[in-house]
Design a protein around this ligand. Structure first.
Ligand SMILES: Nc1ncnc2c1ncn2[C@@H]1O[C@H](COP(=O)(O)OP(=O)(O)OP(=O)(O)O)[C@@H](O)[C@H]1O
Ligand SMILES: [Mg+2]
Length: 222
């Protein structure tokens, strides 16, 4: 599976989600995982370096790729069960090239106006890429959600805006929790820092929702 964690909003939690999903697939699915870091900030590469310095953690491979990476991804796909691509926060060639081959595209968004404002442009990019990659499934996921009960309406409203553009929104969300930030420091995932904690359950729910999705066959015969 080629899984792209993308979007053009900075700080929405793309790298964090990509890393936690990589650990989930490596551990729970017992699969081979390659992380592909397309972000010049190298957030994921730095995390992998910290991780692979700690012998108690399972090793995950990572490479950096930029630009027209479609063919690289297709050939790497043959050697790994999962390619997980962290594309950074911009609309660039690597993002579009990844979308042209991805099975799953997941776009983290915080339930905040400035994040939601990126939805129309993302829909534009997704529908262009869907022409060359019709089986791609694309979903938004709400991240860093406020946990106060009186803020629940904000999360629902944000989901409705995404739905109104005809794009799937995952039921699973992440709440704003310090453990996401704390785990990154040492190259860990929340699954390793507190395996039974609430953040772990959030990551597992996101991963399982992605795995349950079938390829989008709506365009197969058109
Ligand atoms: N659910 C969450 N709760 C609390 N903090 C979070 C959550 N998800 C991510 N973060 C934190 O938010 C910060 C930004 O996350 P991250 O680096 O993953 O964003 P990004 O979308 O990759 O940013 P960029 O666009 O710069 O690549 C990090 O410190 C991360 O730990
Ligand atoms: Mg990032």
């Amino acid at each position: 599976m080629i899984l792209l964690v993308g979007g053009e909003k900075g700080g929405s939690g793309k790298s964090c989600l990509a890393q936690n999903l990589a650990v989930y697939f490596a551990q729970h699915q017992n699969s081979s995982v390659l992380m592909v870091d397309c972000d010049p900030q190298r957030t994921t590469s730095d995390w992998i370096q910290a991780r692979n310095n700690d012998e108690s953690l399972s090793q995950i491979n990572c490479i950096q790729l930029y630009g027209k990476i479609r063919n690289d991804l297709l050939s790497l796909e043959r050697n790994y069960d999962y390619l997980i691509i962290d594309c950074g926060g911009q609309d660039n060639l690597a993002l579009r090239a990844s979308m042209s081959v991805a099975d799953q595209v997941i776009i983290p968004l915080r339930p905040k106006r400035r994040d939601i404002k990126t939805v129309p442009h993302m829909e534009d990019i997704l529908s262009t890429c869907k022409m060359v990659n019709p089986k791609m499934n694309a979903s938004f996921v709400m991240t860093q959600c406020p946990s106060l009960p009186n803020q629940a309406g904000r999360i629902l409203e944000a989901k409705e805006v995404c739905n109104s553009y005809g794009i799937n929104v995952l039921d699973a969300i992440t709440y704003s929790r310090n453990i996401y930030d704390d785990s990154e420091e040492d190259g860990k995932s929340v699954l390793e820092l507190d395996p039974k904690g609430k953040a772990s359950l959030e990551i597992i729910a996101i991963a399982q929702e992605l795995l349950a999705m079938k390829p989008d066959n709506r365009y197969e015969f058109s």
